[in-house]
Design a protein around this ligand. Structure first.
Ligand code: FAD
Length: 228
């Protein structure tokens, strides 16, 4: 079944002065402002911030990346290789499960999302990036950068990269999450290949559902649209 509910890509200026509001609106995920990844326009990568004086509790880094998905890890690899003190916050992204990834450049054999993310983490760590599974609760701009508040405390950073992904608008079907990646998909260009010659239902409405159904016809003639 392909669910044609559009990704929630509403542009949203999440200033993070009150990240709670963002999280509520987007079902617990802070949403990045553009496609998957953007560098905050006001990021000014200044000379590395000084080490905190002895005894100071607050951690300090040069770049803090919020998000441990493909976008955040890619940014961490570049920042780490540039010798910049880099911290990545965020836990396993949704794709880090047993989902088969079949379309990633450089992987001729299918790879699970879990393995792909694990490889990205170890690659970023190889270049010195630190990883922490911590949820960001708020961000405040300061004269010298930003202070990021997490569940565990506060971290000062000269630059901030938001790579928090997007949230899907799930239909109100009980237990639907249990079937994602096991016959329930949200993206024909990602997963249509797995439905070759299968009987597929597209659940959705409007032009988006129609487009997804048309795209599916490349893979199977057995397509039915369920719509309001
Ligand atoms: C089930 C599934 C299957 C998929 N299959 C494919 C596929 O086959 N091919 C394909 O090309 N794409 C696939 N995708 C899409 C692909 O996974 C996404 O496009 C990609 O993960 C987006 O990367 P990202 O780094 O922008 O965001 P995400 O991977 O969504 O990562 C977001 C990160 O931000 C963190 N975060 C969010 N809010 C906070 C906060 N407040 N504090 C701290 N951290 C936070 C999260 O913990 C997470 O680490 C699939 C997605 C899913 C869910």
């Amino acid at each position: 079944m392909i669910l044609s509910y559009q990704m929630h890509q509403k542009m949203h200026r999440c200033s993070f002065s009150d990240a709670y509001a963002c999280q509520d609106e987007y079902h617990g995920n802070v949403v990045s402002e553009s496609l998957n990844f953007r560098i905050r326009e006001s990021v000014r990568l200044r000379s590395p911030m000084p080490q905190p004086p002895k005894g100071e509790a607050m951690d300090r880094v040069d770049i803090l990346i919020i998000g441990q998905g493909p976008a955040g890890l890619s940014a961490a690899i570049y920042a780490g290789r540039a010798g910049i003190r880099t911290l990545v916050l965020g836990c396993d992204p949704k794709v880090a499960g047993d989902y088969i990834i079949d379309n990633y450049f450089g992987f001729p054999e299918p790879i699970t999302g879990k393995e792909l993310i694990a490889r990205g983490v170890s690659q970023a760590e190889r270049f010195g990036a630190d990883m922490r599974c911590e949820r960001v609760l708020g961000v405040h701009a300061e004269e010298e950068g930003y202070v990021v508040r997490t569940e565990a405390g506060e971290i000062a950073t000269a630059a901030l990269i938001l790579a928090t992904g997007v949230s899907r608008v799930r239909p109100g079907i009980a237990n639907i999450a249990d079937y994602e990646g096991k016959g329930v998909s949200y993206c024909v260009s990602c997963d249509g290949f797995f439905y070759r010659d299968k009987t597929v239902a597209v659940l959705g409405e409007g032009i988006f559902a129609a487009n997804q159904a048309l795209e599916l016809l490349q893979y199977t003639p057995h397509v039915t649209i369920y719509t309001q």
